[in-house]
Design a protein around this ligand. Structure first.
Ligand code: ARG
Ligand code: ZN
Length: 874
């Protein structure tokens, strides 16, 4: 196999031609769809070199004919990646006719079939599987799309923009024409054909324009559509109020499909969604799923400005739209719910999964320098770390200035394809700040570490805070420069109250943001009568690892008193990490396990105050095994599992009565609603239930069984099922699992949870279950949701079983990756990632993981899997 080639940012060149207009004619057939495309081309003034050929991308296309300005054209060559046309006039209409086979498309890129419907996914480079094209984001064209299909099987035919024409054809076929007035890159093209039904609504924009809202689903899912539409209207309104951004077309459509590689796609005026991110009703969807729908609907909507109206020049700029849009959707969610809890959950994801990525062989800067397969770069680093960078900008500038920068950006670059520098330059311009050092956040990979030193001088009544920063080397980047790190902080007195901050004689109030720019830097706070306790990195003001040793008493003070909700939670996590670390050491030294009393007293204090049940539910969560593992240079996977499990069971036993009392207090016995009070109550109640069942007592099992049987909503039902199915005795969960399967076997999304619950059982039989479930009729390797629910959940959410000492977990993953590499390379390259996280494992496991990677490497591989595996073996 020839090695796939690497694309470099430094090689960027504008295209030789531009496309002003595209007329597409798509004649839909399962096996042989015919696509006629007419491209209105002209030479790009930015590429004045004479006689440049036109290089169009094309993949899996059967070419039937080419015409230029109405005459047959033969001065071309087919290449590995498309077609090169020579000696074209400066302006031309190029017509190509190709044939494609949607039914054979298991990669789910380009035009494919899901549940009998035609649908598309074009980001990043799927449009080249539909027709020959300049499939790059800096080519913006107006699209006019004619679709024809069998009228009975595909009554609904959708594309971007406005419907301008439709009619009947011979042979039971019909056609529609759509026209999108906004020039767009091909990655935002979409087309849908099927037997779909719409839930409809309407939105009136700020300036009084009426927008039709349509959510297209399969008939049996009509009752699951309302929440997405409600969320869409909230998002539209929010973007007007907070960012001054109004919607621009007369219609906004969302289509739900069951087979989708990612969460959703922001195609202009025609979003296509994974049904898991758009369908929800209380009976079948958990509160988490409701939240996911709301945030993904908002995310895709916000892309209409941050992504569509202003798009990326090239795919190295991906975070320009994704980082900014994730930041926007996080702000939106914070405004709809508890801001502190939202922040906690976002940071928890960042610090486990993104930090792990940044410390591994696939680490890359938020603006990468090179890639083999761009699909591999839709990562937590581009999305979540990218959002953190935008958040820091907003923090550094202050919201009003940041908002002016955002306005300037949208105004200046409307209708253009731009770079991250363009975005940051707007922020620098409106603020007058020099952001050149800040740009390093985009260029340097790896998680910076922040070390804290403190010194109190009683005679001078001053407190000196010293911060040291250092970013570890990452692949291809051995030397790192100091970053500009905004550190939000307060100083607490002995009661945990915020002290007034005075720096160089200037009074700064209770809270301030200091800017760390050097490798080491000190700040001297004045007029302090006693040593204060710094509350650092409030709200997680920068995506760094904080090395800040504190006593248990100091952590306990922060846990109960800190005015910053995020830092209260963080102090609790740190207390738990310390206690678990002690257990890990006892375990490693063969001692009896003894839970440290400071964690016990912390729980005692927490359980007395249930003013904020949503927050309390977060505070009662022990750090995940993945986050615990993040703390160690060499990970002892078994000791981590035993230590955490021991802590959980000890706390459950010690506080059984308190958990039961809270459970009863928050078991509202009212019909389901999505009111914040109810969400919080369910969250806390089910947190308590998990602790109660951890004691493996009969009474707790009975309680879970009752909840399972009586629940009127999926949140309660699934929480009870999980508690039962994760009991040590596998018999406890059996009846409930069977009943659940009976009840929900027709609902693919609910069955995803049923698969996940079983393979995340933290016991030795989890892998056997996985093997059995692979043959279950509801499972399919061709459906990405199923692959994620079964294999993804096992490998990512059940670390102690995935890393079983005999290596069988690794082998199961490698087998699946080898199979999927053929079917769906993009999903295969994602699934393999847990195998690439071997650096910190013990030698025995490291060797096994590498052997499985090698076994994959020995196969003929897609570029997607090749890139990930070769980086992991380098
Ligand atoms: N732009 C989509 C979003 O809203 C995701 C597209 C992902 N594409 C891919 N090839 N992985 O985030
Ligand atoms: Zn996005």
């Amino acid at each position: 196999m020839s090695q796939p080639s690497t694309i470099h940012l430094k090689d960027y060149l504008p295209p030789a031609f531009l496309i002003d207009q595209v007329e597409l004619d798509v004649d839909l057939h399962l096996e042989n769809t015919r696509v006629v495309s007419r491209l209105h081309l002209r030479r790009n003034p930015q590429r004045p070199e004479p006689g440049l050929p036109l290089e169009l991308h094309g993949q899996e296309l059967t070419l039937h004919s080419i015409q230029v300005n109405g005459a047959p054209f033969s001065d071309y060559q087919l290449t590995e990646s498309g077609i090169t046309l020579h000696h074209l006039p400066d302006q031309a209409v190029l017509e190509t006719q190709v044939e494609i086979s949607p039914a054979q498309n298991t990669a789910l890129e380009g035009l494919y079939i899901s549940g009998g419907h035609f649908c598309t996914q074009c980001e990043a480079e799927g449009f080249r599987r539909i027709t020959y094209y300049l499939d790059r984001p800096d080519v913006l064209a107006r699209f006019r799309t004619r679709i024809s299909a069998d009228a009975a099987r595909y009554p609904v035919l959708l594309s971007n923009g406005n419907l301008i024409e439709q009619g009947q054809l011979e042979g039971g076929r019909h056609f529609v024409c759509w026209e999108d007035p906004f020039p767009k890159p091909a990655y935002l093209f979409a087309l849908v054909g099927g037997q779909l039904h719409a839930v409809k609504d309407q939105f009136t924009t700020l300036s009084g324009r009426k927008v039709a809202l349509e959510l297209w689903v399969e008939e049996e899912n009509l009752h699951k559509g309302q929440h997405a539409l409600t969320s869409l209207k909230k998002a539209m309104q929010w973007d007007e109020t907070v960012y001054g951004r109004e919607y621009d077309l007369d219609i906004y459509m969302i289509v739900a499909v069951n087979d989708f590689n990612m969460g959703a796609m922001e195609n202009k005026g025609l979003n296509i969604f994974n049904s898991a991110c758009v369908l929800a009703d209380p009976k079948s969807a958990t509160d988490r799923a409701f939240h996911r729908v709301e945030s993904v609907v908002a995310h895709e909507y916000f892309h209409n400005w941050s992504g569509n109206r202003v798009t990326c020049r090239d795919w190295f700029q991906l975070s320009l739209k994704e980082g900014f849009t994730v930041f926007r959707d996080q702000q939106f969610s914070a405004d709809q719910h508890s801001a502190a809890v939202e922040r906690i959950q976002n940071v928890a994801l960042l610090r486990t999964a993104q930090f792990a990525e940044d410390a591994g062989p696939t680490a890359h800067p938020v603006r990468p320098e090179s890639y083999i397969e761009i699909n591999n770069f839709y990562t937590l680093t581009i999305y979540e770390k990218g959002a953190e960078i935008v958040r820091m900008l907003a923090e550094l500038l202050g919201w009003p200035t940041f908002r002016r920068g955002s306005d300037l950006y949208f105004e200046r670059f409307d209708g253009q394809a731009v770079t991250i520098e363009d975005f940051v330059a707007c922020m620098a311009e409106v603020s007058g700040q020099d952001l050149s050092q800040f740009m390093r956040w985009y260029h340097q990979a790896g998680t910076p570490q922040l070390r804290v030193e403190r010194h109190y001088d009683p005679a001078a009544r001053t407190f000196t805070l010293t911060l040291h920063q250092q970013t570890p080397p990452t692949p291809g980047q051995s030397d790192k420069q100091p970053l500009l790190i905004p550190v939000k902080l307060g100083l607490l007195d002995a009661q945990g109250q915020d002290l007034p901050l005075i720096l160089k004689g200037e009074a700064l109030g209770d809270e301030t943001v200091i800017h760390l720019r050097e490798a080491s830097q000190s700040w001297v706070f004045e007029q302090l009568d006693a040593a204060p306790l710094p509350s650092l990195l409030r709200g997680f003001s920068a995506p760094v690892k904080l090395d800040y040793p504190r006593t248990d008493a100091e952590l306990a003070l922060q846990l109960t008193q800190d005015s910053d909700g995020f830092n209260r939670w963080e102090a609790g996590q740190k207390l738990a990490l310390n206690a678990i670390d002690a257990l890990i050491q006892q375990q490693q030294q063969g001692q009896d396990l003894q839970l440290h009393p400071s964690l016990v007293s912390a729980f005692a204090a927490l359980l007395q105050d249930h003013q904020d049940p949503m927050m309390l539910a977060e505070l009662l969560q022990l750090p995940s095994e993945a986050y615990i593992a993040e703390q160690y240079a060499c990970v002892d996977i078994d000791a981590i599992h035993i230590a955490r499990d021991y802590a959980r069971k000890m706390l459950a036993t010690r506080f059984y009565d308190a958990f039961l009392a809270l459970y009863q207090r928050f078991d509202l016995q009212a019909p389901w609603s999505a009111e914040p009070e109810q969400l919080a109550a369910r969250q806390l109640k089910n947190t308590c239930l998990a602790y109660l069942v951890a004691t493996e007592s009969e009474a707790a099992f009975t309680l879970a069984q009752q909840q399972f049987e009586q629940a009127d909503n999926m949140t309660d039902q699934l929480a009870a099922l999980t508690a039962l199915a994760h009991a040590e005795d596998p018999a406890q969960g059996q009846a409930a699992l069977r009943a659940f399967e009976q009840r929900w076997q027709q609902d693919a999304l609910v069955m995803d949870s049923w698969f996940s619950v079983q393979v995340t059982r933290p016991y030795a039989d989890a892998l056997d279950r996985l093997h059995q479930l692979k043959t279950h009729p509801a499972f399919s390797m061709k459906n990405p949701n199923k692959v994620r629910a079964l294999l993804g959940a096992f490998c990512q959410q059940n670390p102690s079983r995935f890393h079983r000492r005999d290596g069988a977990g690794y082998a199961a993953l490698a087998d699946a990756v080898i199979e999927l590499n053929q079917l769906n390379p993009q999903i295969a390259a994602r699934l393999v990632l847990p195998l690439t996280r071997h650096q910190r494992m013990d030698d025995h496991r490291k060797a096994q993981m590498k052997a499985e990677l090698q076994r994959i490497q020995d196969q003929p591989l897609s570029p997607d899997v090749y890139e990930v595996v070769s980086k992991a073996l380098a």
